[in-house]
Design a binder for this molecule. Structure first.
Ligand code: SF4
Ligand code: SF4
Ligand code: SF4
Length: 187
C-alpha cells in the first residue's frame, strides 16, 4: 500500500470573477471573531493604465502561508509555527506580542489582537479539519476562491494551476507564497 502524501494547502483566487462584494471579508470576521478595526483577509482593488486603456484587478488577499515563512524564523518563542498542510499558525498563549513576526512578514498579513497576541489568517484550519471549506471560500457568490491540496494532482487547485496563467504576490521575497492569483486565459 502506498504511503499517503502530506497535504500542501493552497488558495487559488480567480481575479477575473471577483466583483469586489467583500463577502469574503465579512465571512472571515464573523467566523473568526475578528475584532472591529482589524481583518484577516482584505480586498485590493487595483487599476492600471490610462483611460480608455484601463485594466482593473480585484484581489481577495490574506496570509500566504508561505513555504519559507520569515515570520516563523523571526519568532523568538516558537509561537509562530508551521502546522498541518503547511499552514502557518500562531499559538496564542506562546505569543508575547513582541511584533518581530509582523516586521518580518513582507505581506503585512499580521496584526496585534486587542488581547495581546498576534493574529492572522489560519486558512480556517479548524473548518478544514472538519471537512469544510474556509469561510471566505464558502461564502464567495462568484466562486472565485478555491482551496485545496497542491500535493493532490486531482484537486481543483492543482488543476487550475496546471491550466491557467497565474501569479503570486512579490515572488522576489523568496517566501514561496501558497496563495495564487489566476490571470486571464489558459497557460
Ligand atoms: Fe471577490 Fe468573492 Fe470576496 Fe466577493 S466574496 S470580494 S467576489 S473574492
Ligand atoms: Fe508569514 Fe506573512 Fe508569509 Fe503569512 S504571508 S506565512 S504571515 S510571511
Ligand atoms: Fe479568513 Fe479563513 Fe479565509 Fe483565512 S481562510 S481569510 S481565516 S475566512
Amino acid at each position: 500500500m502506498s504511503k499517503k502524501t502530506e497535504p500542501r494547502y493552497a488558495m487559488v483566487v480567480d481575479t477575473k470573477l471577483c466583483v469586489a462584494c467583500k463577502a469574503c471579508v465579512l465571512a472571515c470576521k464573523s467566523e473568526n471573531d475578528v475584532p472591529d478595526g482589524f481583518c484577516r483577509d482584505w480586498l485590493v482593488e487595483e487599476t492600471r493604465g490610462v483611460f480608455p486603456d484601463l485594466r482593473a484587478e480585484n484581489r481577495s488577499e490574506r496570509c500566504n502561508h508561505c513555504a519559507h515563512p520569515p515570520c516563523v524564523h523571526a519568532c523568538p518563542t516558537g509561537a509562530s509555527h508551521v502546522n498541518e498542510g503547511g499552514t502557518v499558525l500562531v499559538t496564542h498563549h506562546k505569543c508575547t506580542g513582541c511584533k518581530a513576526c509582523i516586521g518580518a512578514c513582507p505581506y503585512d498579513s499580521r496584526f496585534v489582537h486587542p488581547d495581546g497576541y498576534v493574529d492572522k489568517c489560519t486558512f480556517c484550519l479548524h473548518r478544514v479539519q472538519r471537512g469544510k471549506e474556509p469561510a471566505c471560500v464558502e461564502v464567495c457568490p462568484t466562486f472565485c476562491l478555491h482551496f485545496g491540496d497542491l500535493n493532490d494532482p486531482d484537486s481543483e487547485v492543482s488543476k487550475l494551476l496546471r491550466t491557467r496563467k497565474h501569479k503570486v504576490l512579490h515572488p522576489e521575497t523568496g517566501c514561496e507564497p501558497n496563495v495564487y492569483f489566476l490571470e486571464g486565459g489558459p497557460r
